[in-house]
Design a protein around this ligand. Structure first.
Ligand SMILES: [Zn+2]
Length: 305
């Protein structure tokens, strides 16, 4: 294999580019640790964010408020989540800006079938030709451009551009592409088909467990009550426990703020990007949110009585 590395200086940024001639795929390496933080915590969903390397072949290509993660490989790439319809072109621009080709993206994986994570898939599928992969009721939601009453946010979630032929993945199934292997974990509760994804990413000889953990927040529309849904409530609790127990050095969540991503990246980061307590603490925050929601539901029942 021949490879060539050169430094390119432009607009104050130094990018070391490595062209991998053998497989025709082009890789760029951004020096993320030295860059300022990309976004302010609490940013709007569609605020553009510069792309940046998170670890090894794992790249953040989303917006300030919505994660989209590119995992690159020698036989093509995998993209996790597609943001909103409005953020899809920003994601595409970020992929290109890193030096990767849209047509090398082979799979579009989903966390859950809401418009803020699946709304960009129609455009991304059109421009990449990739297969959209999701699980259970959320796969149907993506094909329909909206969920059903099994979704706690059914009445409040915006509809989005539907996608044809969503590939269904099962709990525990691994999606392989060349040397890439990402495993789906059923983590329902926020939505019925919620899915978390895990894989290993390496830099030199150090490999870390990456967890793209789905949203575990007990949000509802005005009608839905978790306290009335014993089965859903217990699946959400089980999902939180499952994510908390995953081997986890690099946690990424569909909303970057949910895992404090902007406080963990860039120059002067307040906390480390790699942290093997991150999933456990994400579980604790999700449980605290759920207990607050249940207490609030209970309060409103007592007020009516
Ligand atoms: Zn959601």
């Amino acid at each position: 294999m021949t490879s060539e590395t050169r430094a390119v200086r432009g607009r104050g940024q130094v990018l070391a580019l490595a062209a991998l001639a053998a497989n025709g795929l082009f890789q760029a390496h951004a020096a993320s640790a030295a860059e300022p933080p990309a976004c302010k915590p609490g940013s709007d969903w569609n605020t553009p964010a510069p792309p940046r390397r998170l670890y090894g072949n794992v790249w953040f290509v989303g917006t300030c408020g919505l994660s989209s993660v590119l995992v690159t490989g020698d036989r093509g790439h995998i993209l996790l989540d597609g943001g909103t319809e409005r953020s899809a072109p920003l994601i595409e621009a970020n992929i290109r800006r890193l030096g990767f080709r849209l047509k090398d993206v082979r799979y579009l994986l989903n966390s859950h079938g809401h418009f803020d994570h699946a709304g960009g898939f129609a455009r991304l599928q059109r421009d990449t030709g990739a297969t959209v992969v999701a699980r259970g009721d959320d796969a149907a939601a993506i094909e329909n451009g909206r969920g059903t009453r099994t979704d706690p946010q059914f009445l409040s979630a915006d509809p989005f551009a539907p996608v044809a032929n969503v590939h269904r993945i099962a709990d525990g199934e691994t999606l392989a592409l060349g040397t890439l292997a990402l495993t789906a974990h059923a983590t329902p509760g926020h939505t019925p088909g919620g899915t978390s994804w895990t894989w290993s990413a390496c830099e030199g000889t150090r490999c870390v467990n990456v967890v793209y953990a789905d949203s575990l927040t007990a949000y509802t529309d005005d009608e839905y009550r978790y306290s009335d849904q014993a089965e859903v409530l217990s699946t959400l609790r089980a999902s939180i426990a499952a994510v908390a127990a995953l081997p986890c050095e690099l946690l990424i969540t569909p909303h970057p703020d949910a895992s404090l991503l902007w406080e963990r990246t860039g120059a002067g980061a307040k906390s480390p990007l790699l942290d093997d307590t991150a999933c456990r603490r994400y579980g604790e925050r999700s449980t605290a949110f759920l207990e607050k929601r249940l207490a609030k539901e209970n309060e409103s029942v007592q007020r009516k009585e």
